[in-house]
Design a protein around this ligand. Structure first.
Ligand code: F6P
Ligand code: MN
Length: 362
């Protein structure tokens, strides 16, 4: 087998067209996130032996009960970002407010947003979980970041990525120059050395066609008409208008669902539903939807809320939720066309790039 590139080597190659100081700063920042994720991987991999299973005695910014591993993963991310001189501050799904770097809040050129532990309902079941992250420019570098520093549309992201803690630990990332996949070498890191990530795939592409979809079908009665129609047609299979059978998957860890789509195509949806009218979706725009949208688009797929590209949405608040529909391009084009159909009577066509919905208080 030929020698594999390390994370640093692969990124240096991927960013060879960037100014050298930009490439260095991005590589350092991704390196800090990668080391945090290597430690989360170790904790997750120890299962009950790490004492990290079960509930923490706390709730997150949205009032959801936190698991111990949510809290520990968040602390590891914070710790490693605080040690990176390019990072001015960060915002986490687990914190109500954004946080400032102790030493680099004014000088840092980047902001990082992340979901430290995605799919945490799966922890005790020993099913894949993940971390999702995104690096944004700190536009007014030199000044302290504020909430509004983070209100940037997804297409401003400099880096988007996720780490999947499954049988192997895999990091998938994009610096807007295609999608790279790395595997954590779990044999590395002896004697306090940093853990090694090796490039295992590049130029990742999502097939445009698919016969596989993922949706939490228990919410069916709350879906809007275009989604009802799309899923009904998939389920009708060979006997329906699609004239082919579809397969369904639901892991309940977004990272695992997106990774499956990265490896063999498919559609993932957590669409708008009418369960709680003040919540326009389940997933968070900044921590989940925007980074995944950038990765999917960079791999040739498409990511929308039904009517607009997810990368065009400008957040109103740090914890804003949005509908998410992403995956193989041909299927997403079809779902968008169902939303655009005037006969489908979508009440929220008016809500284009800005959400007019008020976020619920925790
Ligand atoms: O972070 C939210 C999340 O756990 C996603 O990872 C996952 O796709 C979804 O929620 C699962 O939702 P549900 O509990 O409705 O299946
Ligand atoms: Mn999540």
């Amino acid at each position: 087998m030929h020698e594999m590139l390390t994370l640093e080597q692969a990124l240096a190659q991927n960013l060879s067209d960037a100014a050298p100081e930009v490439a260095t700063a991005l590589i350092d920042t991704i390196g800090a996130i990668a080391q945090a994720c290597a430690r989360i991987s170790d904790l997750a991999g120890q299962g009950m032996l790490a004492g990290a299973h079960g509930l923490a005695d706390s709730a997150n910014s949205q009032g959801e009960a936190q698991k111990k591993l949510d809290v520990l993963s968040d602390e590891l991310m914070s710790h490693h970002l605080d040690g990176c001189r390019h990072v001015a501050g960060w915002a986490s799904e687990e914190h109500e407010c954004h946080l400032l770097s102790k030493q680099h809040a004014r000088k840092g050129r980047y902001l990082v947003v992340y979901d430290p532990l995605d799919g945490s309902s799966n922890i005790e079941a020993n099913i894949s979980i993940g971390t999702i992250f995104s690096v944004l420019p700190h536009v007014y570098s030199g000044m302290l970041p504020t909430d509004s520093s983070y209100m940037q549309p997804g297409h401003e992201q400099l880096v988007a990525g996720y780490v999947l803690y499954g049988p192997a630990t895999i990091m998938v990332l994009s610096c807007r120059r295609g999608v790279l996949m790395f595997t954590l070498d779990k044999r590395s890191g002896a004697h306090g050395e940093p853990m090694r990530w090796l490039l295992t795939q590049e130029a990742v592409q999502i097939p445009a066609h698919t016969k596989e979809f993922a949706i939490n079908a228990s919410n069916q009665r709350f879906w809007e008409k275009p989604v009802q129609r799309y899923i009904a047609e998939c389920v009708a299979g060979e006997n329906g208008p699609r004239m082919k059978d579809f397969n369904m998957r639901w892991v309940a860890s977004m990272v695992a669902e997106v990774h499956r789509i990265m490896t063999r195509g498919g559609v993932f949806m957590y669409p708008r539903d009418t369960r709680e009218p003040r919540k326009p979706g389940r997933l968070r725009l900044m921590y989940e939807a925007a980074p995944m949208a950038m990765l999917v688009e960079q791999a040739g797929g498409r990511a929308v809320n039904g009517t607009s590209e997810l990368l065009d949405l400008i957040p109103d608040t740090l914890h804003q939720r949005v509908p998410v529909i992403l995956g193989s391009r041909e299927e997403i084009d079809r779902i968008v066309s169902y939303h655009a159909d005037p006969h489908e009577n979508v009440s929220w066509q008016l809500f284009k790039t800005r959400s007019l919905f008020v976020q619920p208080q925790a």
